[in-house]
Ligand binder design. Structure first.
Ligand code: NDP
Length: 283
């Protein structure tokens, strides 16, 4: 059996499960989940992501709606749009596509989202709950990583996990989730000394730095599991991860490729969160 984790296949299977859940909800309530996405401005990458969100929503039977606002939308106006969607009972999931233009306060904007509709799992109540136990809605990329490990029956108990990257949307929540599942965690960042040793000691390595191939394949312990969250666009247009894949794959017992590893899981988990939010609101 290959040691390469098929994120694309697993994401498809998650979406199939979501589609079944949507059908069940429809049978019970006559309603389907609805996801609203606010897109401010014309950032090309954001437009692509939002397009994927609406395409995959449609695939699983989730009703989705993109609210496009001009790049110069004043903050108060954006907050007003969020308030309106927060109050709209037909909307179950709500997110603001990031990054927002510079004149907007990202923190203020994202924290305005009602926690029960916060399908990105980034509002303080959801993040706080993640810290103390399990939140109803947890961040999508970290949940996707955990789902990949679960579907490969990885037993995390007692394992040494090194997470490289400490961002609020990726590194930190992944560390919390791994710890919740009884791994012993080491969190590394740009000021960490002796990164190589800390990676070499790990049974599980999670790379989330945004620095192409900075984790060398020779650092990966024989039999370790490697999860590469990084997405780096190279000059030739190809995508590369944060791990030197061609060498790491020789040592790892399981490894995610880039693309086709963690990436497809993010939207799958967003759809799953939207279904969860709708179930909570409607059942
Ligand atoms: P951030 O830039 O917010 O965080 C990067 C982290 O990496 C920081 O904690 C930083 O440390 C650390 N870091 C940077 N350089 C080094 C270094 N040389 N050694 C050790 N640590 C380092 O990025 P994100 O967490 O948002 O994203 C990380 C990667 O994951 C990116 O490639 C992004 O594109 C990708 N991503 C992929 C997603 C997907 O769906 N597959 C979703 C989200 C992100 P410090 O805190 O000290 O600055």
């Amino acid at each position: 059996m290959s040691n390469i984790i098929d994120g694309k296949g697993i994401a498809k299977s998650v979406r199939e499960d979501v589609a079944k859940g949507v059908e069940e909800l429809k049978k019970k309530t006559g309603k389907v989940p609805k996801l609203s996405v606010i897109l401010v401005g014309e950032d090309p990458a954001s437009k692509v992501y939002v397009g994927h969100k609406s395409k995959f929503s449609a695939e699983v039977g989730i009703d989705s709606d993109t609210i496009k606002l001009p790049a110069d939308t004043p903050q108060d106006e954006l907050l007003g749009v969020i308030d309106k969607l927060n109050a709209d009972k037909s909307v179950h999931g709500l997110l603001v596509q990031l990054p927002v233009p510079d004149h907007l306060d990202t923190e203020l904007v994202t924290q305005r989202i009602a926690p029960e509709k916060d399908v990105d799992g980034i509002t303080y109540p959801n993040f706080g709950r993640l810290l103390t136990s399990e939140a109803d809605l947890e961040p999508c990329t970290p949940s996707g990583v955990m789902e990949l490990l679960k579907r490969h029956n990885v037993d995390l108990k007692g394992k040494a996990a090194t997470i490289v990257g400490r961002s609020n949307i990726v590194g930190k929540p992944i560390a919390l989730m791994l710890m919740r599942n009884h791994a012993t965690i080491t969190i590394c960042h740009s000021r960490t000394t002796d990164l190589e040793r800390r990676v070499k000691e790990a049974d599980i390595v999670v790379a989330a730095t945004g620095k192409a191939e900075m984790i060398k394949g020779s650092w990966i312990k024989k039999g370790a599991i490697v999860i590469d969250v990084g997405v780096n666009r190279m000059e030739d247009g190809k995508l590369k991860g944060d791990v030197e894949f061609d060498e790491a794959v020789k040592n790892a017992s399981l490894i995610t490729p880039v693309p086709g590893g963690v990436g497809p899981m993010t939207i799958a988990m967003l759809l799953n969160n939207t279904l969860k939010a709708a179930n909570k609101a409607l059942l």
